[in-house]
Design a protein around this ligand. Sequence first.
Ligand SMILES: Cc1cc2nc3c(=O)[nH]c(=O)nc-3n(C[C@H](O)[C@H](O)[C@H](O)COP(=O)(O)OP(=O)(O)OC[C@H]3O[C@@H](n4cnc5c(N)ncnc54)[C@H](O)[C@@H]3O)c2cc1C
Length: 383
Amino acid sequence: MDQETFSALRETVRRFVAERLVPNEDRLEAEDAVPAEIIQEMRELGLFGLSIPEEYGGLGLNMSEEAEVIYELGRTALAYRSVIGTTVGIGSQGIVIDGTEAQKQAWLPRLASGEIMASFALTEPGAGSDAASIKTKAVKDGDVYRLSGTKRFITNAPRAGMFTVMARSEDAPGAAGITAFIVPAGTKGMSFGKNDKKMGQKGTITCDVIFDDAVVPAENIIGGIAGRGFKTAMKVLDRGRIHLSALATGMSQRLLEEQLRYASERQQFGQKIGEFQLVQALIADSRVDGYASKTMVTDVARRFDAGEKVSADVACTKYFTSEAVGRVADRTVQIFGGAGYMAEYKAERFYRDVRLLRIYEGTSQIQQIIIAKALLREAGLSL
Ligand SMILES: Cc1cc2nc3c(=O)[nH]c(=O)nc-3n(C[C@H](O)[C@H](O)[C@H](O)COP(=O)(O)OP(=O)(O)OC[C@H]3O[C@@H](n4cnc5c(N)ncnc54)[C@H](O)[C@@H]3O)c2cc1C
């Protein structure tokens, strides 16, 4: 996208966040749902198609541009971004990166317009961090596969029109036996558990997705080749982790703004609390975390776009930015004092919302392992 068009898009998203999303944050929390008219406005803005190539009806943003837009969306309740998150990211990118031309034509235009949403189903009750140990089976039966198994914590499942599902179709153990399937919503033999009750991010939806002899045509294998699903999932997650890092960084900035506003208004001992140096230290540390986060996201996204192998630095960025926003949220509660503990203030809400960022798309511990293993391999250790 040319620079001028992109600047206009970013400005539009910034205004949308300030004028439509922030004013509806309390309603979102109270109703535990993103208002339908806001989802419709997201469609009209093209937000579902941010990362889908232009020839399939999307905006075709590169990673750096996507990160800038997601940074803006990070400056409000994180549930809004979750509505588009799986379609922009993990749910559609398998098709964008590894799909056949026919699969791209069949699915991407409908995803880009927001006509349907995508979900990504990898995690299972017995397989989270150890994703290569998934047990959902895909048994070949002529020109179809029969899927059986349970997927856990699947974001946007009840409202998705299609699912990227990882299942074990081959005899090979671990990652080599896994295949990525496109499963349309409504496939016979597929059902949902009840919606999960969560710590935060009110308005997001996750639940179990259960496959009981669900029949999926062999032509729905992403890229048409069985046994490549784990590789597809890992490529998708590299991009997804930069996306989430940008989200964390946007929220760090929002929280810093909340700190500055409160510290400039609240008085104790006859002074604004922002005049106390110990409060200033909390603000300064939050700026350091936010600034470092922004710098890392910008750098790693640029290098991703340049085609460099950046998986380990993506892990550094996801690890740092998600932990950083946790620290910033904690300081925000502290600056707000007792009010920071009260549900009617944003500090309490965002503190709970950001906790998830250290867990999904690879926990902090998994990012540490990716970073350390990459370095040790470079140093000659065989791992
Ligand atoms: C709200 C929400 C939405 C989600 N959405 C989706 C989705 O749309 N699609 C999807 O497929 N999944 C989704 N997930 C799943 C998510 O990606 C997993 O929860 C996450 O990867 C962690 O897996 P787990 O919960 O099984 O934890 P475990 O893997 O059981 O981890 C438990 C603890 O052990 C640690 N640990 C595990 N292995 C190691 C190790 N080797 N070394 C050190 N520590 C280790 C972990 O860091 C963690 O602290 C979602 C989860 C949540 C909570």
